[in-house]
Structure formats: C-alpha cells, structure tokens
Design a protein around this ligand. Structure first.
Ligand SMILES: NC(=O)c1ccc[n+]([C@@H]2O[C@H](COP(=O)([O-])OP(=O)(O)OC[C@H]3O[C@@H](n4cnc5c(N)ncnc54)[C@H](O)[C@@H]3O)[C@@H](O)[C@H]2O)c1
Length: 338
C-alpha cells in the first residue's frame, strides 16, 4: 500500500516513515527541504534497509501537487506533516504561515476529494487548547483563541478538514494533537535538526550540553507547579511515529465510525522544566549550565494530555520513559556534533 508522507524528511515525518516501512508500507515522501536535508533519506535507509521514494516539491505549487496525484494515483493514504512551525516567525510573517500551512492543506484535500476513498492524517497540536482549565486535557476540552498565527493554522486546519469530511463521506481523516515531541531514533541515524536557535526545550538542552550554546534560560520558577517551572507532556518521537501508523491503519481498515476524529498524543504525565534538566543530567552524566530568568510572556503554565482515547480507541500507548527519550536525544546530538 502506497502512503504519501508530506514533510517526510522532517523530524516527526522521518521517524514515521521508518515505522511505516517497518510495517511494510510503500512510502513516497514529498518535501521541499525548507527545513530538512535530503541526507535524512540515507538515515531512513540505514535503519530500514529501504530507500523511500522521494519527490522534492513545494506543496504551495498547486499544479505540482495535482500532477503528483495524477502520477501516483495509487496513493491510498496521506500523512500531512509539511508545515512551517516556528511560533515567533509566524507572528512576524503570518501570510507565510497561512499560505504554507493552510494553502497546502487545501490543495491536498482537493486532490483527495477526487478519489473514491482516501485516508488522511493531520499533524495538529496541543496549542489548540491554550491554557486549559482542567488537567489532564481531554479531546473535549474547549479550543481556546489561538495565541499566534501558527496556532491558528492548526485550529483552522482542523476546521477545514472537519467541514470537508462533512460533505465528502469517502474522505476519512484523523487529526492528531501532539503534546511535546522529543528525542531521536535509538540508532542515532535520524533525529531533530533545528535550524538556528532551537524553539523547543530538549534540543536547547542537548545543544547546551554539547557546548554549542553557553547557557539555558529557564523562564520563571514561580509558577503554581511542583517546583515553580512550567509543565509539559514530553512524548518520545518514536512513540509518536507509531501512533501515526495505528491511526492510518484504523482508517485503511475502515474501523472508524465517523469520518473525522481527533486524538491527543502524549504520555499523560507532565514534567517540569527542571525535571527535564535533571533527566538530561542523569543520562549524560553532565551538569547543565542553566539560569532562572523572568517568566516569558505568553507561556502557558501547564499542559499534559489525557490519553485515554488514544489508548482505548487507537490501541496505542507511549512506551518509553523520559530518560530513554532523553538518552536518544543526547546520543543524536553527540553524533551530529562529533
Ligand atoms: N515538533 C513539534 O514540537 C510539533 C508539535 C505539534 C505539532 N507539530 C506539527 O507536526 C508537523 C511536523 O513537525 P516537525 O517537528 O517534524 O517539523 P519539521 O520542520 O522537522 O518537518 C516539516 C517538514 O515539512 C517540510 N515542508 C515545509 N513546508 C513545505 C512545503 N511547502 N512543501 C513541502 N515540504 C514542506 C520541511 O522541509 C520539513 O522537512 C508540523 O505540521 C508541525 O506543525 C510539531
């Protein structure tokens, strides 16, 4: 079965390509390499013994998207990772984000709407919940007004898919709301490759640990949490990748009672920033250079998932501990800097 993975050279996409190939799917990747390198293909090949098909296409090019689906009319499912994801940049360049994250989604859905049956998985985010009123966060928690154009593209993306599924019954879609993806493949053949200053905590920690950055700033230690630092739900990228395979199979096997569904993907456990730092110090045997600074405007205090729906309906549960995920991130960082 041929599956299109857009953004398949990226962080979560590449790990998902590995899991798909391990399960026997034929994968074709579309990526424009705006935030990834073609070298990722070698890493995937080293892990799975199989080179996925790859086409370098900018999905903002509607004609090229259409041409791709004509040439690959045997694509049975699409996992759509391709998007721009830097929250700060999205505030400065909202139209880039609306074009790249919404325009590309619309083009793909248009193509899928022409097919007799299609299965579509969308990368959404826990940012849709903002600061939720109750922890852990279930899928029924209200979607809060987005804090950034990036967050808005995830909310709008979900709405566009939901509205399209209402009128196209043979389009089957699942939106997966990721909490905080982290780590790298245990082989250290693929991992997260942030361009410039990392936006996420874990690559910032590992880059500081390896000496690429002098110091990590911890934004605020006076929040109403166990140790005063913000709480997030860190999900290992390999666990996350496996959830995509489960979600896709659910659609391909017709096990979905509704043609649009939403699932949280997290561990169900919140960790504070200081706990993540301690995890790094345990697995690396190094002291991390960090300082506590003022709170950062816009940061939410706490977000962790209720994963009951994914556990029971998708039959998926995160398997790896924070330390295991952290060790993979550290192994990867040392390999790419070594
Ligand atoms: N990493 C996170 O913390 C996180 C959390 C929640 C949701 N998400 C979402 O998950 C998805 C994947 O995230 P990631 O961390 O792997 O990001 P990533 O940047 O590593 O991967 C995205 C990939 O898409 C490609 N791409 C971007 N625009 C494209 C275009 N117009 N045409 C073709 N390819 C294009 C990039 O080159 C990159 O390889 C994104 O939709 C992101 O918004 C990520």
């Amino acid at each position: 079965m041929k599956i299109l993975v857009t953004g398949g050279l990226g962080f979560i996409g590449s790990h998902t390509v590995v899991e798909l190939q391990n399960e026997g799917f034929e994968v074709v990747i579309i990526d424009d390499c705006s935030n990834a390198s073609e070298k990722v293909l070698e890493g995937v090949n080293a892990i799975t013994g199989k080179m996925p098909l790859f086409e370098k296409i900018d999905l903002r090019d509607k004609a090229k998207v259409s041409d791709f689906f004509k040439r690959h009319d045997d694509v049975e499912g699409v996992i759509h990772f391709a998007a721009s994801k830097a929250v700060g940049e999205s505030v400065e360049k909202p139209l880039l984000y609306y074009e790249n994250n919404i325009g590309t989604l619309v083009y793909i859905l248009k193509e899928l709407s022409k097919k007799k049956k299609s299965s579509f998985i969308f990368s959404s985010s826990c940012t849709v919940y903002g600061q939720a009123n109750e922890m852990p966060i279930t899928e029924d928690a209200p979607v809060k007004p987005a804090e950034s154009p990036y967050g808005n593209t995830k909310q709008m993306g979900e709405e566009i898919i939901r509205d399209t599924c209402k009128v196209i019954p043979h389009l089957n879609a699942i939106a997966l709301r990721y909490f905080n993806p982290m780590g790298a493949h245990p082989s250290a053949e693929i991992g997260e490759l942030p361009i410039g200053v990392p936006q996420n905590l874990v690559p910032f920690i590992t880059q500081t640990g390896v000496g690429l950055r002098e110091e990590l700033s911890v934004f605020g230690d006076d929040y109403p949490t166990e140790d005063g630092t913000c709480v997030r739900d860190y999900i290992y990228v390999v666990d996350l990748a496996k959830a995509h395979v489960q979600a896709l199979k659910r659609l391909l096997e017709g096990k979905n009672p509704k043609n649009y569904e939403v699932f949280n993907l997290g561990t169900g456990k919140g960790s504070t920033v200081l706990e993540v730092i301690q995890s790094f110090e345990r697995v690396s045997g190094k002291k991390l250079n960090y300082k506590i600074v003022d709170r950062r405007p816009g940061d939410i205090v706490s977000a962790y998932a209720d994963t009951t729906k994914a556990n029971e309906v998708l039959g998926w549960k995160a398997q790896f501990t924070l330390d295991e995920a952290m060790k993979s991130a550290w192994d990867w960082e040392q390999k790419i800097r070594g």
